[in-house]
Design a protein. Structure first.
Length: 294
């Protein structure tokens, strides 16, 4: 609600309660002249006389009595709304909407979100999983997670972590038992890729470089890529944090461990408003803290 309007309502209600502009002026720390101007402006705006005035006392007109009742309701609602807005800036409250890649639904968000939910009884979280960034503003999201910063006016990107990638295959695939020493030996084997990243460069001994390209199968979902690899359809470059449990329990094995893949980064992207709600700021801090030590 307009600040000037709520101030005028407060003046009107105080004058009506006091029944005297001088008393109201002392309560509001205003001059009688300023109060009189506020009342005249309010009456002009609504096109009705609200107060009958004389030198000592004032009384409300019929329109004034109606306006008094509705003004009390309006001012109470406005004050409650302002308190809720202030709470967003000072303590975690309200609904936090997060957009995240599909792979983050496999447990990467569980611990930081648990901590965030435990930080306040007044906060709730809605997570939407998908591939790539959606329009943060249009979707109503407070925070989007992804692997590239957003270089657009009106957005701000925060780097949360740097993670590694691994070349993997299922133990059921023939590659898992071959003695591999060079990525050239993979040339005739089925390469599966995430279609946003169709090629990967490996770095080997003596700074040798080798480009993995020409996939046999591409998919637009990281979760599907991981599952296809676990199911033995071929080998793939996978995010280490998302498949570490598969590697630990033997559902995937690493290929060519002496060859390195470039790291990838994780970003949080928010709309670049003048003030960030504390729920969003705290979520970014928790995610950065947790992702860094994963």
């Amino acid at each position: 609600m307009n600040v000037k309007f709520t101030r005028a309502l407060k003046v009107f209600l105080t004058v009506a309660d006091c029944g005297n502009m001088s008393v109201a002026a002392r309560q509001l720390h205003m001059t009688v002249s300023a109060i009189s101007q506020q009342l005249r402006k309010l009456e002009e705006d609504i096109g009705q006389q609200l107060v009958n005035r004389n030198s000592r006392h004032l009384s409300l007109t019929e329109a004034g009595r109606i306006y008094y009742r509705t003004s009390k309701e309006l001012l109470t609602t406005a004050q409650q709304g302002q308190q809720e807005i202030d709470a967003l800036l000072h303590s975690p409250s309200g609904e936090l909407r997060i957009l995240a890649p599909e792979g983050f639904g496999g447990g990467l968000l569980s611990k930081p979100l648990r901590q965030l939910l435990q930080s306040s009884e007044r906060i709730s979280v809605a997570v939407t999983l998908g591939e790539g960034y959606d329009d943060i503003v249009a979707s109503g999201a407070d925070l989007a997670l992804g692997f590239t910063p957003v270089d657009k006016e009106g957005f701000k990107s925060y780097q949360l972590a740097t993670w590694s990638q691994v070349l993997c295959v299922a133990p059921s695939h023939p590659l898992s038992t071959e003695a591999l020493s060079h990525p050239e030996q993979l040339k005739e084997q089925p390469f599966i890729v995430y279609d946003h990243l169709p090629a990967h460069e490996l770095s080997g001994p003596d700074d040798e470089r080798y480009l993995l390209a020409h996939p046999k199968l591409s998919v637009n979902s990281m979760q599907a890529l991981i599952q296809f690899t676990v199911d033995g359809l071929g080998f793939a470059v996978l995010p280490q944090k998302e498949v570490q449990h598969y590697l630990a329990n033997g559902e995937l094995v690493e290929l060519l461990p002496d060859w390195q893949l470039p790291d990838y980064q994780v970003f949080a992207v928010v709309a670049n408003y003048p003030t960030m709600p504390v729920k969003t700021r705290q979520a970014i801090e928790l995610l950065e803290s947790y992702f860094t030590i994963l």
